[in-house]
Design a protein around this ligand. Structure first.
Ligand code: ZN
Length: 129
């Protein structure tokens, strides 16, 4: 099932394939596809999606990707921003100078939520219109 979440300046569509597409009001688009490289698998284990790489499935990688996009959007919303400066920068090919700070916060949020048993997509669903 394809779901679309709207938060302020962004609409986020999550497709059954695992693709997430953020579209900003100004037309900027960011596509996020679950990574399946060695570094993506290592990140999934370090964030807590599986105990080790041998247990990791495509669904874990999809969940990591979706949670990550949700984290960017929820953090921006909670901070009172109209949009994620990092994702918006990516959509315009103009990287926000502090993107690494938002990236670290998004990764930390998703690891925290996972450890605490909090479903970030459910939070996004409740928060978004
Ligand atoms: Zn990110």
């Amino acid at each position: 099932m394809t779901e679309t979440f709207r938060l302020a300046d962004a609409a986020v569509t999550m497709e059954p394939s695992g693709l997430s597409v953020t579209t900003f009001r100004d037309g900027g688009v960011v596509k996020a596809w679950p990574g399946d490289r060695q570094e993506d698998r290592a990140r999934a284990v370090s964030l807590g999606y599986a105990q080790d790489v041998s247990q990791l499935t495509w669904q874990h990688l999809v969940a990591m990707s979706r949670d990550h996009e949700a984290s960017h959007h929820l953090l921006a919303h909670w901070l009172g921003l109209d949009r994620s400066p990092t994702l918006h920068g990516v959509s315009r090919n103009r990287y926000w100078p502090h993107w690494h700070r938002e990236e670290a916060a998004a990764l930390a949020l998703q690891a925290f939520a996972l450890a605490a048993g909090v479903d970030l997509l459910a939070i996004l669903r409740r928060t978004a219109g």
